[in-house]
Design a protein around this ligand. Structure first.
Ligand SMILES: [Mg+2]
Ligand SMILES: [Zn+2]
Length: 165
């Protein structure tokens, strides 16, 4: 089983800081085709996101859930299926263990995949637009890909061509 972990803001939706309105969700155009192909080829997709706006009391849990649902629905319209959306609701000063670059969310997610799907995990890759995404990947000992360094189409090629160890 291959698993692709996606950052949300700035990676699969246009980045709007502390987004609290699901009507403002805009999927990043360039990720649609690559994600659909990867999903078709059996890659499992999940989102791992920092939502410190909750801890900062700028947005509510309910708003984040509504935005996440919208993201899921819009991707589904493009035949892209997101298995799980995990997010950290804490502000940086709360020093939690789930805010990227910490690894709690990634660990929980992989554990969940293992318990739900009766298959070994072959490859896990995290794609994000921030250094904290890459650092989280490094800390969780999985591969990290920084968007901007690699474009979405290249990421797709990279993930499909490399067969793993
Ligand atoms: Mg981001
Ligand atoms: Zn947290």
């Amino acid at each position: 089983m291959n698993i692709l972990l996606l950052d949300r803001d700035g990676t699969i939706i246009e980045n709007i800081p502390y987004l609290n309105d699901e009507n403002k969700v805009k999927i990043v155009e360039e990720c649609i085709y690559p994600l659909r192909v990867l999903n078709d080829k059996g890659w499992k997709l999940s989102i791992v996101s920092n939502q410190s706006g909750i801890g900062r009391k700028l947005i509510s849990m309910k708003e984040v859930h509504a935005v996440n649902k919208r993201v899921r629905d819009l991707l589904l319209e493009n035949e892209i299926f997101i298995d799980y959306i995990y997010f950290c609701p804490h502000a940086p000063w709360q020093s939690c263990r789930c805010r990227k670059p910490n690894t709690r969310l990634i660990e929980k997610l992989l554990k969940r995949y293992k318990s739900i799907f009766n298959e070994p995990i072959d490859r896990v890759v995290m794609v994000g637009d921030s250094q904290s995404d890459i650092d989280a990947a490094k800390n969780a000992k999985i591969e990290g890909i920084l968007l901007n360094k690699m474009k979405w189409l290249e990421i797709k090629e990279h993930l499909l061509n490399y067969k793993g160890s």
